[in-house]
Ligand binder design. Sequence first.
Ligand SMILES: C[S@@+](CC[C@H](N)C(=O)[O-])C[C@H]1O[C@@H](n2cnc3c(N)ncnc32)[C@H](O)[C@@H]1O
Length: 994
Amino acid sequence: MVIHKQCSMVFNIFHFVNNNIMAQKCINYQCKSKFGKKFLSAQQSVCNYYHVPFKPYQKVCSICLEICIKHFNRLGKQMKSQECIFNNEFPARHIYIELSDSDDEETEDNIATSILSEDIHENDLSNYIKTVWYDFIKNPVDLQLQNCKNFINSEKHNINETNNQINSLIKQISIDLSKLHCNLYKFNNCRQFHYEKEVNIIDNNPDKIDTDNDAVVVIKNKTIKPLNLPPKGQPRRCSLRSGDKVYAMKYSMCRPWFEATVESPISKTYFNISFNDDGNKKILNNKNLAYINTSNTQYPIGSRVIAKFQDMNIKLTDNFYVGVIAEKPKYLNNFRYMIFFDVGYTQYVCHEDIRLLCYQSKIISDDVHENVKEFVKAYFNKYPERIMVNFNKKQLVRAELNSKWSLAKVVNTDASLVQLKFFNQENEVHIEWLYRGSNRLGPIYNQLNKNIHDVQPTTSMVNVYKKLNRPYIKLENAAKEKKIIKPNKHKSKKNVIEIISINEFSSKKQTNSGVIETINLPPDRPKPLPYKAHQCSHLCMLWIQYDYSKTKTMNTLSIPLHFGFERTIIQDENLKSSKVVYKTPCGRIIKNEKEMYNYLKTVEYGKNIMTIDFFNFDYFVNPLALYKETEYFNYIDDISFEMESKQISAVNCLNHTSPPPLKYITEREIKPGVNLNLDTKFLCSCDCTDNCENKTKCSCWQLTYECQKKIPINYKDNIIGYNYKRLYETVYTGIYECNAYCKCKKTCLNRVVQEPLSSTLQIFLTEKKGWGVRTLVDIPKGSFVCTYIGAVYKEKEAEIHGMKYGDEYQAELDYIEIVQGIKEGYETDADQLDIESDSKSSSSSEEEEFNPGQVIKSKIPIESKMSLRQNIQNTNKKTDGKHQLSKLNIKQKIGNQKESLRKYFDYSGTYILDAKFSGNVGRYFNHSCDPNIFVQNVFVDSHDLRFPWVAYFALTYIAAGTELTWNYSYTVGSVENKVLVCYCGSEKCSGRLI
Ligand SMILES: C[S@@+](CC[C@H](N)C(=O)[O-])C[C@H]1O[C@@H](n2cnc3c(N)ncnc32)[C@H](O)[C@@H]1O
């Protein structure tokens, strides 16, 4: 309404001047004139112009008066030329102007000001302009009036626009806020904080603290479930590109990190970045940058991260600080990570509040701040062994605070942390959480100054400490929690040393210096069309030009993204988890495997190219992730010489050597005397026309079902065998795939291991295990990885061959023994059960041959399966290591009591697959006590039970860059005079292979 007032001011403009000169203040509050300038009486119109209520004797300086005159002159000109008079700049308002004064007379000025009241109406304005201006300029004022109205309308419109923008901003903020709320409260069911008042202090050193009865508020964390904790895996370190959002160190390592944007890379390691809050620019090393999003896999121990620090007792709150992961999430710590912050504090943090640094040195302590360098170094040198103080609530301990030793009382403990209440000389109270192995704790400090071997107090000493209610030091093993690896009586001294070395922090052994990149999709690739309601048919994908030759170098999961599909990760409505949806080339949204399968079926698989295993709905799987070694000594493009559908590269980051020569084969090599009959009469085949979707009608599926009925295993979700071409559990009785003589198509759901390799694998030299295999791409759980291929020998020949050249690549084709062993074990247990229940039934004690298709009566729940296998394993009396390569190998002379089914074959020995000189990538898989792939016997080209294919499947999701390992299941101590130390580095490592 300021604008309206200006109209009235012109009214008095021509009779304002009074030449009185007085040393006064100018009515314009923004006047820059100094005293001594010329001052004149301020008329009503001048007062109006400067938004000052008119009063007699007020003064205006000559400069401000001139400005005012100019303004009104301009208004006059605008009136004459019919320009809108509102389109002017007016002086800023500084105070509320009271426009009417009841005592004033009805002067012209007052008429004007009353018209200009705040709720002036449009009609009043018209009347005012008409009456006032008509006399002055004798011009029609209608046009001016219209101009003013237009001006006001456009201003109104602008204000409305701004209002709308503000409203939508507010809306967005409230949505974000409610999301934050949801995130906060989704822990509601599992994590509860409750405040507990501690009043009673039992004290064994009353001098200082007796009087301290003040209530201490402590937070107690109840057990939380591993909510939103992603699967384990290699941390993803994608290379940074211009425009990427990151967190960056702004000031120093001990201060919070802030959001920033990568402007341009300067080199591989240095980047120009600008901070998002103030636009400040900096050049930073990638060790001082962190990824903007939390990792899709768990952060391994030793990872350099930034994490949100929250502690009610310490000033740092909710900002990201840099630190190192010191403990992985597990039941005992409520599935949180323990982090040593560079700033000197230790805290538990949940996965979603942690971000990975874009790079870290191989030696963890190289990167951390001087504050904690020595401590971190010592911690990781010993890890997983740690010395920690065992505390009970209310105990007293000497601890360091601000470089002074003080007495502190235990307020609370939380897994590896203890909350202490310090009392200093001034009797001031300070409460802080400390790591129970911190050298700020008196017992630890004292211990470190003693001989390290005396760490573990004797049982009798512990009893004394307990009686005295004193804290005491305990040697703990983070990997085994309660178990401490103690050298086995039978081990030689050398072995003891080796066993200890396996306890070293595994990252020391990692030779992994690569990065995970996200591959770029070509911008001109076909993309989904905008969705229009339609019935899907083969036409939906007909327009996609599928170029098979281009797919060899692609990750299978990325193929659909190159050819018309889009894959997006979305948050589900309850914000509980992330989900994947695909958009098809015809614009349809697909939410799960079943829908995708139906779609592919309807569009006829885009000419039989993309099958359901090209798609994956796990949000943490990234079809575009690609692991790359950055520094190496030796690199070979393809050790398979193009025999595999994907290149199998070999890389050596440790020295210049290449893998020993190998004849790469993709089919078994049958050695003399091995009677592998691939005659069709041994094959059962199906005549399905529905891609073997109806499992009850497919004879091959039925074979798998019928065989497994012999062993009462409870399969998860009752799914036995393949589920949309993925396998989640071993089928001990084998899988029967559709074969060359089946009528079904190549895309059928029961053809998996006969398909070409779909993951890009690489062999690499490990530090202590020889060559191993890693995946360069993400592998979803249950995916087929590859088969184990080698030359097939008879047992005797294999033994001779093994003695001559080594038996480390020999795998026994022991399918018959496995099934027979499990079945017999099951029957023994069943007998036992029968005897125990005083039943006279003899059904399970009868000798029963293992015959695919024949069903035995099941009385035992499958939990007994483990003990059955264990029983069998206990009978292991092997004299060499060769047969134990196969996890499934439990070839014991069970036949002592029960005859082997092999007696029905012309040759009653077992066959051995030896990949020493000819084999495929499967021969390079190393052993791990915590493996990520498992073995499955599959019948493909022959139903002869002695010749299954040995296939590997992903036991878990496997992140790009991770080594693929399986459990050899060798029995430790089973081979006389032979010790093989296990270097798998897993926390579950038993220490020895053999
Ligand atoms: C089938 S080969 C695996 C490939 C082999 N590393 C190579 O370089 O070709 C089995 C041999 O690898 C080594 N190996 C595999 N896993 C190991 C582990 N966890 N610790 C130590 N050695 C291992 C042992 O020498 C074993 O006899």
